[in-house]
Design a protein around this ligand. Structure first.
Ligand SMILES: NC(=O)c1ccc[n+]([C@@H]2O[C@H](COP(=O)([O-])OP(=O)(O)OC[C@H]3O[C@@H](n4cnc5c(N)ncnc54)[C@H](O)[C@@H]3O)[C@@H](O)[C@H]2O)c1
Length: 408
């Protein structure tokens, strides 16, 4: 079987679906973008009413900065529809990618409808952040599963280099090779083939470190801004750091991903980090109050409107009430290396094995696993950052680790 992708369908037009549609249109692929029909509409209502959700999401996409679209002209390649009226249009698609909420039952029931609508050679993938690929396809026979796999893009899809490809045990080996080639040569991604293990590679690590930072901040009275100041560019990570990343991802998604992970890893000694009482309470509160991040009025940070566009105000909504809060002066970078090291180290210890480099400086050497965007161009998975405070100065060192390795 020779595979090719000229026409795709993306189902789910939220944070990731819109971005993936823009990425595909940017390389000349015709994209059908679907979402659920708008509430209180009936089949036969005008298409713009029926498709209000996907249309609004596309408008949001066009306003996003940095831009998800390579060019405004790419919009001409994106058509819209809804999953009640337009599923039959999947029949002529080369690739259908499911990008709906991170909920197994919803994905399974949608997949059953997709399977009934696709053509005999359509490739079907899921963008799940970590639900088992086998479980999503558990109801299908070999005819479907040989064309099925996970393709996990990272947010925002245009800019983040890593693409995890997670084959089902029945996936046609030719299709795996095709997707690896398409992902790297056509989409320009760093493709890593992953095993179907809980949360695959990136999110197995990120869920743990993200939750650990939140737990630590709550227990020790760090503010959102302080944690982000310490866990962002200072240690070679993107400026979204910890809490701002949750706002970018969508806090509901981050919570679903962490909650799905806990029961899936009963033997992982680090999993208790996902069950911190304070973080669970805060998560409940934020979900109940729709504090989901950039897609609502804010999450950890408040969003403001300026020039008709939503912007991160840089001010956090939430403040910790801990009595353990260190004195402000201790939080200044020059004087706080021990504290910041502890915060980072705490993240590291709870995730995968940290690589500890030889401590040549004789002071403190701290290493963290990391997916650095620049570094990732060479090796999409693992890099180690070494932070050595010497006379109050920070020395950062990038050490490439083995590329393309599996985490668990
Ligand atoms: N947000 C991230 O940073 C991120 C990164 C990588 C992977 N993912 C994964 O991508 C998927 C989507 O995440 P998201 O952040 O875009 O979510 P989102 O909440 O922003 O968007 C989900 C969209 O799916 C639509 N939807 C829900 N049920 C549907 C159905 N049955 N049929 C059609 N559309 C439906 C919703 O209306 C919404 O527009 C999830 O599996 C998530 O885990 C998210």
């Amino acid at each position: 079987m020779t595979y090719a992708i000229h026409k795709a369908a993306v189902i789910g037009s939220g944070t990731m679906g819109g971005g993936i549609a823009a990425l595909l249109a940017g390389i000349g692929v015709e994209v059908l973008l679907l979402d659920i029909p708008a509430k209180d509409t009936q089949p036969g209502d005008p298409a713009d009413k029926r498709n209000a959700i996907v249309i609004n999401n596309l408008k949001t996409l066009q306003k996003m900065r940095p831009s998800q679209l390579f060019s405004e002209h790419d919009m001409a390649l994106i058509s819209v529809g809804n999953t009640d009226d337009d599923l039959h249009k999947l029949a002529d698609r080369d690739w259908v990618i499911e990008v709906v909420v991170e909920n197994l039952a919803i994905k399974q029931s949608l997949m059953a409808r997709v399977a009934a609508a696709i053509g005999p050679h359509t490739i079907v993938t899921t963008n799940t952040s970590g639900l088992p690929i086998h479980d999503i396809a558990s109801q299908f026979g070999e005819d479907f599963t040989r064309r099925f796999m996970g393709t996990h893009f990272f947010n925002p899809p245009r800019y983040l280099h890593l693409l995890e490809v997670i084959p089902h045990s029945n996936t046609d080996p030719e299709l795996i090779a095709f997707m690896q080639d398409f992902g790297s040569r056509k989409l320009g991604k760093g493709v890593v083939i992953c095993k179907d293990t809980p949360n695959f590679i990136g999110n197995r690590f990120m869920s743990m470190t993200g939750m650990q930072a939140m737990n630590y901040a709550l227990d020790h009275g760090f503010t959102v801004e302080e944690v982000d100041a310490i866990t962002g560019p200072l240690i070679g990570r993107p400026k979204t750091a910890t809490f701002n990343l949750n706002d970018l991802v969508g806090f509901d998604i981050a919570v679903h991903v962490a909650r799905n992970l806990y029961p899936a890893i009963p033997d992982d000694p680090a999993r208790d980090v996902l069950a911190h009482a304070g973080s669970a309470e805060l998560s409940e509160y934020m979900l109940a109050n729709k504090m989901l991040g950039r897609k609502t009025d804010g999450g950890f940070y408040k969003m403001i409107k300026a020039d008709g566009k939503k912007k991160n105000s840089g001010r956090s909504i939430w403040r910790p009430a801990s009595t353990n809060r260190p004195k402000r002066s201790n939080l200044r970078v020059s004087a706080s290396i021990r504290k910041s090291s502890r915060l980072v180290n705490a993240s590291v210890c709870c995730s995968m094995k940290p690589i500890v480099l030889p401590n040549t400086s004789g002071i403190i050497t701290l290493s963290i696993w990391h997916t650095h965007p620049t570094a990732c161009r060479k090796s999409p998975i693992a890099f180690s950052t070494s932070i050595m405070p010497r006379n109050g100065a920070l020395i950062m060192k990038w050490v490439p680790l083995k590329s393309g390795t599996q985490s668990a």
